[in-house]
Design a binder for this molecule. Structure first.
Ligand code: GLC
Ligand code: MG
Length: 528
């Protein structure tokens, strides 16, 4: 099996608003990303995934696209994008962009046409329905950001479906004109040289043809955001979605060695269907199992085994620890365990996606009420669903705005930015940044890590140990998930030496059959 770049490599997610501002408006941009490419090369990642930079009214910060084939002036221009792609490629980095097929912005010309009259040729490009017999919305579905999923249009006297904000009307993927237009969007970017797409909410793009009511969610406790009140039986993960994805895949396969990643929040059993029949679905259905896992060695060991066992023949695994929608890993498990998490992410089998800022251990950031930006937080306050704390700017140096911008950024920096920044941490051998870099480079060099098999050695409540094997070569990993010292007996590791400790020391130390781990320590061992 040939190992393409996206199998052996590591993906690094950039939220463009928050990576580097180049024009002093407090918001990151594409030119900013271009200026930081050398850092990414130094760090040792292989591909960048850029969250949306398309023209947008920014109700959902770019996930409400009003033109799929251009760049919002806030982020730059097509020329800036081309410069970024060219320079990234020259430095050996791949570029993956976000593709948002489920919905457009309500300012997209397609929607403006669709909403202009029932007889408009684009009427059926979106999901318009008559009211229910009682005059209310056509069914009981909720939007992901609170409230019902249907919006009434006074002028044409129908409702349209929006699975997210009312400003994000859902496209009708059962209409062949829609899929043809969207396939052309893919080709537009593929011709511009992008190496792949991360496809937004791909499991939602086809809905039940009859728009049946969703049943109640049996595990709903009466609390939390609206979206969890009902099971999404008819609003997502419909059987027909796999044909739509296979068509997308055929478009991507018209070009050489390009990648499709799907954003899919589903349990393992349903997730793996997205590899598609004969692997003709997405190359990588995002594996978000670690996002919700209890931070416990036994539980995570079971989860890895379950995922590994469920993978279809030939399917390539992948792992994610954080993203722009979910709490940062250091916010969830603390800064000490964030190092253990980094070692886990970068030593599992399959493509890791590293979220910008996790390499410097950005943790929870308090967002004062008057600085809240996230539309979900604004619509459903006080539920802890806020996504702003995970989207704060990257911290580059100890300067006033952390080297991110020359003025107050759109979201706050962390209180410890004077020490938690790239310039300060890159020379500190014991920093999480140095650890992440070491792991990335080592992973790239060693076949057991970038393509070898994964085997569980032991998992107790506190320790997870596994080996990675390629031919005669072996690498062992042992992680202590608790804040007290622990030891474990690992007969196979006798004679091995420590190559990397999450604490930054112990390199070259020989170990016997009992391995001692300090609090919050993970070690990577190589066999003689
Ligand atoms: C995805 C994105 C999220 C966005 C939503 C609607 O879940 O990751 O940020 O708000 O889709 O496009
Ligand atoms: Mg800017």
């Amino acid at each position: 099996m040939p190992h393409s770049w996206w199998r052996t490599g590591t993906v690094y997610q950039i939220y463009p608003r928050s990576f580097q501002d180049s024009d002093g408006d407090g918001v990151g941009d594409l030119e900013g990303v271009r200026r930081r490419l050398d850092y990414l090369v130094w760090l040792g990642v292989d591909a960048i995934w850029l969250s949306p930079f398309y023209p947008s009214p920014m109700h959902d910060f770019g996930y409400d696209v009003s033109d799929y084939c251009d760049v919002d002036p806030l982020f730059g221009s097509l020329a800036r994008f081309d410069a970024l792609v060219d320079e990234a490629h020259a430095k050996g980095l791949k570029i993956i962009i976000d593709f948002v097929p489920n919905h457009t912005s309500n300012a997209h010309p397609w929607f403006l046409a669709s909403k202009s009259a029932r007889s408009d040729p684009k009427r059926d490009w979106y999901l318009w329905r008559d009211p229910a017999p009682n005059g209310g919305p056509p069914n009981n579905w909720f939007g992901h950001f609170g409230g019902g999923a249907w919006n009434w249009d006074e002028q044409t006297q129908q409702y349209y479906l929006h699975s997210f904000l009312p400003e994000q009307p859902d496209l009708n993927w059962r209409n062949p004109q829609v899929s043809a237009a969207m396939h052309d969007v893919l080709r537009f970017w593929l011709r511009r040289g992008v190496d792949g797409f991360r496809v937004d909410v791909i499991s939602h793009i086809v809905k039940d043809a009859a728009f049946r009511d969703n049943p109640a969610n049996p595990s709903w406790t009466g609390e939390g955001p609206d979206i969890i009140r009902l099971a999404q039986t008819y609003s997502s993960d419909q059987p027909e979605v796999h044909d739509v994805i296979a068509e997308m895949r055929r478009v991507v396969d018209e070009f050489d060695d390009r990648l499709l990643i799907g954003e899919i929040y589903l349990p393992i059993e349903r997730l793996i269907a997205y590899y598609g029949k004969e692997l003709q679905g997405v190359h990588l259905p995002f594996n978000f199992q670690l996002l919700d896992a209890r931070w416990n060695a036994a539980e995570i060991g079971r989860l890895i085994e379950k995922y590994e066992a469920a993978l279809p023949q030939g399917a390539w695994p992948n792992w994610v620890l954080s993203n722009h929608d979910r709490p940062r890993i250091a916010a969830r498990v603390g800064v000490a365990q964030a190092r253990v998490a980094a070692m886990l992410l970068l030593t599992l089998r399959g493509t890791p996606t590293l979220y910008y800022g996790d390499e410097i251990g950005i943790g929870h950031v308090d967002i004062p009420a008057d600085r809240v930006q996230d539309p979900w937080t604004k619509r459903e306050p006080d539920l802890g669903v806020g996504r702003d704390p995970s989207r704060t700017p990257m911290q580059w140096d100890a300067g006033q705005f952390a080297g991110f911008s020359t003025r107050e950024p759109w979201l706050p920096l962390t209180p410890d930015r004077e020490t938690r920044n790239v310039a300060t941490m890159r020379d500190d051998k014991s920093s999480i940044l140095a650890l992440t870099r070491k792991l990335l480079h080592y992973r790239r060099e060693r076949a057991p890590l970038n393509k070898g098999e994964w085997r569980l050695l032991c998992s107790s409540d506190d320790i997870l140990a596994y080996e990675r094997v390629s031919g005669e070569e072996r690498v062992f990993v042992a992680l202590n998930f608790c804040s007290e010292p622990r030891s474990c007996a690992l007969p196979t590791t006798a004679g091995a030496t420590i190559t990397i400790s999450t604490h930054g020391d112990r390199c070259g130390e020989a170990v016997g059959t009992v391995l001692c781990l300090r609090r919050d320590e993970g070690v990577l061992l190589s066999s003689p």
